[in-house]
Design a binder for this molecule. Sequence first.
Ligand code: NAD
Length: 348
Amino acid sequence: MTVSIRAAPLEALCGDIFAAAGAPPDIAAAVAQSLVTTNLMGHDSHGVLRVKQYIMMMRAGMIQPAARPAVIKRFGATALVTNGYGFGQVGARYAAELARQLGQEHGIGAVALGQTAHIGRLGEYSQIIAAAGLIGIVFTGGTMFNNWVAPYGGRERIFGTNPMSFAVPCADGGALLLDFATAGMAHGKIVLARAKGAPLPRGMLLDKHGKPTTDAGILDDGAVLLPMGQHKGSGLALMMEIIPTLLAGQVPISAPEFKYGNPTLMLALLPDAFADASDFGRHVDALKTRVKSVKPASGFDEVLLPGEPEARAYAQRQTQGIPLPAAVWADICGLASELGIALPPPPG
Ligand code: NAD
């Protein structure tokens, strides 16, 4: 069962919940806006589903709600930023803006963000960079509590779901956006499938005995996520575990001083610094047109570009509302009533 709720009241409600739980108003509003935008883009696994989890983390001292990002090291076109274990959305927006600025100054900017809680949807940050006409690349490692993904051929959890995102500016002012977990399925999508009681596609999960399963219900009973694309996704997950994590100054999970979080590397490349910028956008647009013109294979209606599913979800959900599983809406209502916040009129 789902309920449908408009973005604006949902964002206001989630912001009020974070603020009532102790986040400064601007941070509460920024996190709520990021989560609801993620729902609008169709990635419910990283939207307001997270409100309850973040509140629990605030209460457990795992998110420092008033922490703000700060640069702790500069070298040429690079920077190291600490988020002070604050909300990841706040630190990641800051790091993306800084990478964009360094990219505009030097042709390339690279910013590592450490000591940060979950940053949510990576595409938000690569898009911040692309909106200024630069290529945005975001790599993230680690998980919030422990790791979930086995290496190819294995049945033990080693990696986080270690996502990556690329946003390429187009001549029309938009961006081509690729954004996914290197796990076959993001952990949040399995949580969502469990909330809906829906079976998983094959090849996403092993049970505690190492046997393939489509049952999301066993997620917390020793289940192991599989990497996307067999050995290739496994290799990418390994690289995501190393590059952002170590550059952000976080140590591997076996070390006692490891802290949960989403260490992240943001790269910004200015096309103009390499080749003629007008050519870059023009070639991207020509390639998009060519890809869209490819005849669909059997079982497909059309070829989609990366970012198209999100753009379509956004347009639809802006007008028709965001469909939330009843369990997610009930969690949000429960928090609101606990914190003395009035609910908006009942959604449809
Ligand atoms: P996904 O499997 O839904 O893949 C999304 C990507 O594939 C998008 O770029 C989308 O445009 C593209 N895509 C989807 N269908 C397509 C089609 N038919 N043709 C062409 N392209 C298509 O994504 P996911 O792995 O479930 O990740 C969802 C979100 O979760 C992402 O925003 C990711 O950043 C986020 N995430 C965050 C963390 C974290 O720790 N912060 C971890 C995992 C995932």
